[in-house]
Design a protein around this ligand. Sequence first.
Ligand code: PQQ
Length: 677
Amino acid sequence: KGSADHIRAATGAIDSAAIIANAKTTNDWPSYGLDYAETRFSKLDRINVDNVKQLGLQWSYSLGSDRGVEATPVVVDGIMYVTASWSVVHAVDTRTGKKLWTYDPGVDRSKGYRGCCDVVNRGVALYKGKVFVGAYDGRLVALDAATGKVVWEKDTVIDHGYSYTITGAPRVFNGKVVIGNGGAEYGARGYVTAYDAETGNQAWRWFTVPGDPSKPFEDASMEAAAKTWDPAGKWWVNGGGGTAWDSITFDPDLNMVYIGTGNGSPWARHLRSPAGGDNLYLGSIVALNADTGKYVWHYQETPGDNWDYTSTQPMILADLTIDGQPRKVVLHAPKNGFFFVIDRTNGKFISAKNFVEVNWATGYDANGRPIENPEARDPTKSFDSIPGPYGAHNWHPMSFNPQTGLVYLPAQGVPINLTGEKALTQNKMEPFKFGSTTGWNVGFTLNAVPPKNLPFGRLLAWDPVQQKEVWRAEYVAPWNGGTLTTAGNLVFQGTADGRFVAYNAKTGEKLWESPLGTGAVAAPATYMVDGVQYVSIAVGWGGVFGISQRATEKEAPGTVYTFAVGGKAPMPEFTKYQMGNLLTGIEYDPKDVPEGTAIYVAACATCHGVPGVDRGGNVKNLGYTSTENIAHLKDIVFKGPYRDKGMPDFTGKLTEADVVKIQAFIQGTADAIRPKK
Ligand code: PQQ
């Protein structure tokens, strides 16, 4: 076991029929969400409420990464495939916890800024002896599962003039591998593409929003969508958005694939489509024919998105009895804070209920349209957006346990104060415009004014039929991990404060926990090897919240932890977060601080946060780095030594005079917040 021949035989047998058959036993974890319905419900019960207290570490494996890790491991007959930051793939023998091979697609580390939300990857797909990974720079790569050698590689990016990335896990069915892209903070037009798994030849592509109306539309769904956009906004110049950067779910019986589409680009509708309109297919679930990629139906969760309310969050396909009728549904908790139950045969709205406090809408009418709060769209006023752009639920996968009837949902609140901009300059860098030096272009000012509402993170056990909360576990911070639920009546979740916790799925009683070093964001997986059940979780603090903020005092080395009943392996040593004291000793002219603020917001804030106020995540906060670093800032900003860690080269984007002003802002802010003696 673990030999190339064994791997070839085990992974070579994985096709759609095998993935469907595995759902009956769930001995393996062959695809991102475990089964095609992406329930993340394992039928394994050797680990259960009675013995979960005896779980111990079986082995840990270093991923050798120091940025976010978001992958759910895929495991077939004890062979695990998991990804780390920068789309690096690791094949691990779970019988020993040892490396089989690694593959680094060689993404240019100085181009990390071309994605909004950390250089993450959510995992691989496996099919007939090949491992598929989306590289951060937009390549889809097929690897030999036994050796890690490249079989084929395709560039999924239609135009490198735009900042397209891939962070999501590919999905594979009926010989096709499907992937979408990120980029809607930068001005991009969303699409998903299917490739032949064997050859890499393109099978179909579906755009999520219409292109330039002076050119022929790709298909009837684009022609229909264009009627819901105002051409005065010239949306196609800035792409329109709708990037499908995460959720793609397949129903083999209906032969439909469900795409979760992203936010508008720019976020601000008054700039994107001045006369209003729903702006199809932003913030939607769209069903496509799995063979042809042709549009079948859509349901738009956030018409005319204005708040970065993506519907890319992971979906679960379930069969429920609602009002006495059996219904085939999609369960979905997008960023906008409402839990949706949608008929997946035809896209008809069944119900929606807010699962956290929201202030942009009061509910949904019988036709499935939100009843909006008009203040939420007033571009002339600042608005505490609840949920904020981090979402009431982000990409962290939820799970559904048919035995309890409950969905286990990582919910959160990170309120942010937004003010709409008056005009949009397409793809142009501007002082004070958040991230504009690295290409962000959202049409909103993210105000430094602290919102009145407090952030929170919680695990919700949600009844999708009654549309109500059944139990909750409250956490110290937002940005907790994805969930797994099992026939052992358990729910597993990693937390932002660095713990791996098991709950009684029915009651929410906490039964077990283990430290994980740093905060966990990914979802765990469980599987059987030689008659023993294991639970594995890939850990590495990060993602869009974790870049600049954190809830542990530990560094973030990427690590896979595998637990079993009676496991006795020692925990790896956890490293304390290296955070300096509040910055002192930089000479500056206080007159430079206002301009320095504007440049900092435009160039540094997306990754480094607010100096001295945030405490740093997997990227350091500049208010707590050394005086030496800040004194030599220009040597770091221009062709600097940290480019191989993800620091952009700002040559041609900033001047040396700009850097002096940034230094003034960092030191000035540190001085302003320093407690007075
Ligand atoms: N990615 C994360 C993450 O991995 O932590 C969080 C987010 C993304 C978001 O909150 C986003 O809005 C988002 N948006 C896009 C986009 O608009 O194209 C892409 C991504 C991404 O690819 O990771 C994220």
